[in-house]
Design a protein around this ligand. Sequence first.
Ligand code: DLL
Length: 438
Amino acid sequence: MEKKHLIYNPEMECIDREKLKAIQGQRLRETVKLTYENVPLFRKRMDEKGVKPEDIKSVDDIVLLPFTEKTDLRDEFPFGLLAAPKSEIVRIQGSSGTTGKPIVSGYTENDVEVWTEMVARSLAGAGCGKDDIVQVCYGYGLFTGGLGAHQGATRLGAMVIPMSSGNTQRQIMMMKELGSTILCCTPSYATYLGETIRDMGLDPKKDLKLKAGVFGAEPWTEEMRKRIEELLDIDACDIYGLTEIAGPGVAFECLEKKGMHVNEDHVIPEIIDPVTEKQLPYETPGELVFTTITKTGMPMIRYRTHDICTLYVDKCECGRTLVRMGRITGRTDDMIVIRGVNVFPSQIESVLVKTNGVAPHYVLVVDRVNSTDTLEVKVELTEDMFSDTVAHIEEVKNYIAGEIKSVVGVQAKISLVPPKSLPRSEGKAKRVIDNRKL
Ligand code: DLL
């Protein structure tokens, strides 16, 4: 059957690529000037490289610019990277699961507008319009998922049900009673919802009105897509984003489901070799780097996402000319995403080194049980503690679980193992065993 494609902003989404390049060049020049004049760290880096804003003449000159890293956001926390006066910032959003200083980004009214448009495009890509009922089960709060999807759906004139995350029975009841047609949540939660719906004896074809889902915030696979589509009888589309750039909507899939269109009139994507830091051509996998070209609050120049993927430039059947990014196939750092929460092994290590009775030898085992990500922390006891009472060992276990929950934001199973029982490696320690099939 011929697919009907809804395009929110055809003028931009289907733009001639030469015209797009010219717009990108102009916007890049403005962003570099704004950032150079207002962000001391960026000015210092540019000066060190001997590059002046005037040297940036077209989008191809982007390679002259310095990179920005997540650590820069931490070091400059909270407002050091703002290019606008604090009084112009109307929203703070933050990233999940970071220790101590979180990653936060400040958005001006303009930035919220840009982001809203990007999500509106994304939801339209999955077939959402004014008559739809959008159930948002991404968390509302600092995390960009809930508010982001909410804003985009509102922009389309759809009816929004701001459920936020959790409370599965209630989600299903509302979905059924209100007749939700579009579902927004993480792919793992979509699977769980689907399985629960089936366990309850409901038949999505008869009992629900869902037609599509917009799922992201964590890596997923084609197999998961098939499973979700079967369980819920819907089209499942991928959506990508990150707090530092604009939350969900940086890139989105249309109903062709052949990769996510990057909103290139707002962000310039690049793929680089993570070691040499050289730009790579289309269709070559590498690390994804973004430069924002319409943001005014906290613009990001060549922000290294550490996500690995491939960009494709061939035209999509839907008519959009924007490049598409394939699925995220891994990361160049050691970050893992557990139930949508970004977790770094170093955060867990920071808890373990402060705990009496355990040695800093540990392994994190990540798995997916009944569609839910699980985390097991295996850590070695010290010789002294190994011969201690069972009650005392249990106390240590509970303490570690509590600390990890509060620092990382994820419930973990703690397994205390005998001294020297975990494998030692000669090179870089392998801290993470990810058994999820990605
Ligand atoms: O996860 C924003 C978002 C919300 C995207 C809702 C989509 C839907 P952060 O919490 O800052 O922002 O985490 C960003 O999550 O660098 C990726 O590693 C991962 N990620 C996000 N979307 C996808 C996706 C939100 N579709 C980090 N596929 C990113 C794979 C994803 N990984």
